[in-house]
Design a protein around this ligand. Sequence first.
Ligand code: NAP
Length: 240
Amino acid sequence: MKVAIVTGASRGIGSAIAKALSENGYNLVLNYRASREELEALAATLSTEVVLVQGDVGSFEESEAIINAAKTHFGRIDLLVNNAGIARDNLIMRMSEDDFDAVSTTNLKGTFNCTKHVSRTMVKQRFGRIINISSVVGIFGNAGQSNYAASKAGIIGFTKAVAKELAPRNITVNAIAPGFIETQMTDAISEEAKSASVGRIPLARFGKPEDIAKAVVFLASEDANYITGQVIQIDGGMTL
Ligand code: NAP
């Protein structure tokens, strides 16, 4: 049976990815930072084997423990989904150093930490799939999100560099760049700003976490064997 690790799986996009992977037969290591109850509730609905691991992906040591839990429990790791992420929006003039550091550490360094720790196992296996959740904001920018945009743009550069490094070992590394997806992260946006945003989306709606999860299942599958270093935008056409 295939084994996947999903970071930040307690709600939103990470939770939908976990559900879709389980439906497709993956045993799972699901990571959370604080929301254990939410993740336990999700795990209780899944039919494959699930291990829950607390840990902050921004910590080099804790992310190593997340990866090691998968190795110890299942003996192999087929897929890592670097999904955990936070936003702390503000205009550059008002953005604190702490807000910049927190977002960079979770989003970009967290992706580095987990990828670095998983790479040894995947190289030994001569097989692996790594999928990084970036954002369209990392490609096009967004006022009030310089910290978030920088972290998500960094993930795209990181994805392409690591894809080149690991391709000779039959490991693919891709990024997904969602537009607006209905989760707790976008709940924070005012109704006024939401309707203005929907007006810019040709498919005239926000996406659902499942729209991202389906792309993860595809990129992890054998049908995507020859796809690496790519950034797939899933945004209802918003950036066309
Ligand atoms: P969300 O609902 O806020 O969920 C974020 C998840 O990440 C939670 O499970 C949270 O768990 C976890 N998390 C946060 N910091 C963590 C850390 N340091 N270590 C481990 N887990 C951590 O967000 P979402 O909308 O599902 O977003 C998921 C990913 O998609 C993020 O990378 C986000 O940037 C990206 N994305 C989202 C959208 C969107 O429109 N929603 C668009 C583009 C990209 P705890 O509560 O336990 O901390």
